[in-house]
Design a protein. Structure first.
Length: 184
């Protein structure tokens, strides 16, 4: 059991540097889990041209990051703002929000998985600009969705010169439970 945990920890650490501790794209660890490194990564900013404010709205509003820097694996949809997990695995998401201060409007957004709020990046400056960020590592099943939501009465500001608001994510590794063969 200790050897399995050490191997699992080594794989997680090494996979962050895109180095595989075992030959080939897939390896079974103690017959319990199979880890396969797939290529899934995206990064996008809000606007494709110009600058402007988004919000405030009187309902939660899903943000659509239309300016895609990378979309390896095409799991992020720039028309809906939704990332859909193509494989079961552990993913990491990061987001950066910027807003120009206003006494009645906070600035930020929340990370949402399958309709459930995960975490929030928030700033409430009375004036001037302020940035906030957050991120999370999540186990996703095939078809799970992740997106950012502008909360009620929040307001953010973006421009294509600086791309202040970004949403990024990537697959760390896949996980699939293996069944033991009979007779072993």
């Amino acid at each position: 059991r200790e050897r399995f945990l050490v191997m699992l920890l080594m794989f997680v650490i090494l996979s962050q540097y895109h180095i595989s501790p075992v030959p080939g794209p897939s390896a079974a660890v103690k017959g319990l889990f199979s880890f396969t490194v797939s290529k899934v990564a995206f990064s996008a900013s809000l606007l494709t041209s110009g600058s402007g404010y988004i919000g405030p709205f009187n309902t939660h509003t899903n943000l659509i990051f239309r300016n895609v820097f990378e979309n390896i694996g095409n799991a992020y949809n720039p028309h809906t703002g939704i990332f859909t997990a193509p494989v079961r695995g552990v993913y990491h998401f990061e987001f950066y929000m910027y807003g120009h201060g206003h006494p009645s409007h906070g600035s930020g957004a929340g990370l949402v998985k399958n309709g459930q709020h995960i975490c929030l990046a928030f700033e409430s400056p009375p004036s001037n600009g302020a940035a906030s960020s957050n991120g999370a590592t999540l186990l996703l099943e095939v078809g799970d969705v992740v997106f950012l939501r502008l909360m009620v009465s929040y307001r953010i500001q973006d421009n294509t010169a600086f791309h202040h608001n970004t949403f990024s994510g990537h697959l760390l590794f896949t996980i699939s439970v293996l069944t033991k063969r009979k007779g072993r």
